[in-house]
Ligand binder design. Structure first.
Ligand SMILES: NC(=O)c1ccc[n+]([C@@H]2O[C@H](COP(=O)([O-])OP(=O)(O)OC[C@H]3O[C@@H](n4cnc5c(N)ncnc54)[C@H](O)[C@@H]3O)[C@@H](O)[C@H]2O)c1
Ligand SMILES: [Zn+2]
Length: 377
């Protein structure tokens, strides 16, 4: 018997001013979890609190979740929730805030949880104290949909992808007014993360008839709408389409998994601190070129988009979004050739061991991974 699953949040609530949905929730207490400052600065945190109070709830706030959230942060959040005892855990922010809130929720319900068990995929049964809502402020990671959370062990600098359907949110709340505040370069990076999720899920060896249509729709939406959202951040149709595309791609990849673009991006991100979406965007065309021998499905993407050559199209798309062709050209962190060569062996071996490599259309050798890294450098 080989069983496969298709599991997504029970409710996906979306539309103009969807945030107001919070005022219709039933419960006594809610804890809002958020990141550093953007949700406060733009007034969304206050709005969310007011809607919850309108619903008759008492509200507490756990804030200051850092990018690449740490084990310490999720344990701290769990303790704060234990004191307050909410029946809703509501995360509002980017992938980092939502990922952190998921694991705070685990520690809230089970304070004795061992982080090693979570790494091994052994999660306790949740929803004994609270249900979980995710309100994404980026159109990128799709953490509002997925069974994943990425938590960093700051002592040994390792990012752990934690996976369990238990942490799939109960409700994903999509309000495009939030991501509409993203600066153009964040729109570009997170938007290309969506494209990468959709393409990798589509060609994944675990792709099914359930995931393919979702992935393909996300590919089309990103191809048509990301350049519009990048050029004019106030275009709400493009913003809403990108927000939906992110969730659609999430529905595909949480069930079909990903491929080696994510494996290589995770490791170069770990070594040099390159932003997740940017690393994916740069690697994607090189890996489509490499994977071509292993799948016919890129041809279907070319047919559906009405284009000749997916690699060329992805390179042009990156260029139009101000994303460089190579890691040596990025400006957010400096990667010197010496440092790159120094870590290349280790980075390539680690990339092969990433769980995302298991569902790539081709099972590459370490040598092949090194060649891809070198080309993309
Ligand atoms: N759970 C998953 O399925 C999954 C998948 C892929 C990646 N991840 C993880 O998610 C994290 C990245 O998440 P992310 O890309 O959403 O970025 P993020 O949450 O780290 O936020 C990136 C930056 O954008 C800012 N920001 C967020 N929303 C904004 C808005 N509306 N307006 C203005 N600024 C805003 C934040 O303050 C931050 O500075 C990484 O840790 C990555 O490993 C998780
Ligand atoms: Zn991603």
């Amino acid at each position: 018997m080989k069983l496969q699953w298709f599991r997504v949040p029970k409710d996906i609530v979306f539309g103009t001013d969807a945030l107001e949905y919070l005022s219709t929730l039933e419960g006594k207490k809610a804890t809002l979890v958020t990141g550093g400052s953007s949700m406060k600065k733009f007034g969304f945190l206050d709005k969310a609190k007011q809607y919850l109070e309108k619903a008759g709830m008492e509200v507490s706030i756990v804030d200051g979740v850092e990018p690449n959230p740490s084990v310490e942060t999720v344990i701290r959040g769990g303790k704060e929730m234990e004191k307050f005892n909410p029946d809703w855990v509501i995360s509002i922010g980017g992938g980092s805030a939502i990922d952190a809130a998921k694991i705070m929720w685990v520690y809230y319900e089970y304070p004795e949880t061992k982080f090693e068990d979570l790494i091994a995929g052994k999660f306790p049964k949740l929803r004994t104290k609270a249900k979980f809502i995710a309100i994404p402020s980026t159109s990128g990671t799709a953490s509002e949909i997925t069974a994943f959370s990425v938590i960093t062990d700051t002592n040994n600098h390792i990012k752990y992808p934690l996976v369990s359907y238990e942490i799939t949110p109960d409700i994903a709340l999509l309000d495009a007014a939030l991501p509409a505040k993203m600066l153009p370069h964040i729109t570009a990076n997170t938007g290309m993360d969506v494209m990468t999720h959709a393409i990798e899920a589509y060609v994944s060896t675990n792709a099914t008839s359930f995931t393919d249509p979702l992935a393909m729709e996300a590919i089309k939406l990103v191809y048509n709408q990301l350049p519009v959202a990048y050029a004019d951040g106030s275009n709400m149709k493009a913003r809403a389409d990108m927000h939906n595309a992110s969730a659609l791609a999430g529905m595909a990849f949480t069930n079909a998994s990903l491929g080696i673009v994510h494996s290589l991006a995770h490791k170069i991100g770990g070594e040099f601190g390159v932003t997740h979406g940017l690393a994916n965007a740069i690697l994607l065309p090189y890996i489509v070129e490499y994977n071509k021998e292993g799948t016919d499905k890129y041809k279907e993407i070319e047919k559906q988009l009405g284009i000749e050559d997916l690699v060329k199209t992805l390179k042009e798309l990156n260029k139009s979004l101000g994303i460089p062709e190579r890691f040596s050209e990025i400006t957010e962190v400096e990667i010197t050739e010496d440092k790159f060569n120094e870590v290349l062996d280790r980075m390539s071996k680690n990339a092969l061991e990433d769980p995302c490599s298991l569902t790539n259309p081709i099972n590459p050798s370490v040598e092949a991974v090194k060649e891809i890294y070198k080309a993309a450098f």
